[in-house]
Design a protein around this ligand. Sequence first.
Ligand SMILES: C[S@@+](CC[C@H](N)C(=O)[O-])C[C@H]1O[C@@H](n2cnc3c(N)ncnc32)[C@H](O)[C@@H]1O
Length: 216
Amino acid sequence: MVDGSAPKVPSSRFLHRMFAHPSGFLGHLGGWIMGLSNQDIAQWTLEALDVQPGDRVLEIGFGPGEAVHQLAQTIPDIQLYGVDASSLMVTKARKLNRSRILSGNIDLRQGTVETLPYPENSFNKVFSINSMPFWEHPVPGLREIRRVLSPDGNFVVTVQPRWAKNDQEIQTITEWMEENLSSAGFFPMNAELRSFEHIPAIRFLILAPPNNLPSA
Ligand SMILES: C[S@@+](CC[C@H](N)C(=O)[O-])C[C@H]1O[C@@H](n2cnc3c(N)ncnc32)[C@H](O)[C@@H]1O
């Protein structure tokens, strides 16, 4: 199942408007919940990314902007960029990160992973948390990430499928992520599982992707 929506993503309209493409009142509520509940998984993701002073970092699907905020507070001397499809999340994340946006260290925009508004090799670190299952076209999105990531760059993508009911569903989504990543030319990769609030999260770390895409 490559380049389709993730297996078993919740299809309820409520959850869609809260988390997948946050909008309206439900999007506000979803943003508030994500801000409170995703701090540990953000920290785990950022640990693997190994951000250093001077890095140029991009987050895809930043939601309410907590991970950007966390990172900017830990390592002030970096340039941080972000793209999220939801105008509501862009407003919320800009509000949370206002002072560093004003000082020119952070740039958060509305857009999608499938069409990133940056030239190639713009970043040496890219990450994404709990967003990949909601991308309409994961493989083209991942190829876009490869395009903007420098050849010596790192990419970390983490997903905590809170909707998964058992280990088999966790395994299915892990395989789905791995298939999409390798179809986009991301290898070798390192996968790890860790539970937060008793719910497993999956983290893929890809170091220095090769330059050439595999032939179609
Ligand atoms: C469940 S939220 C996660 C937000 C945040 N990363 C966190 O962990 O709190 C998923 C986010 O991905 C964004 N998103 C969905 N599809 C996207 C796409 N194709 N490109 C960029 N962002 C997307 C949504 O707007 C939403 O803010």
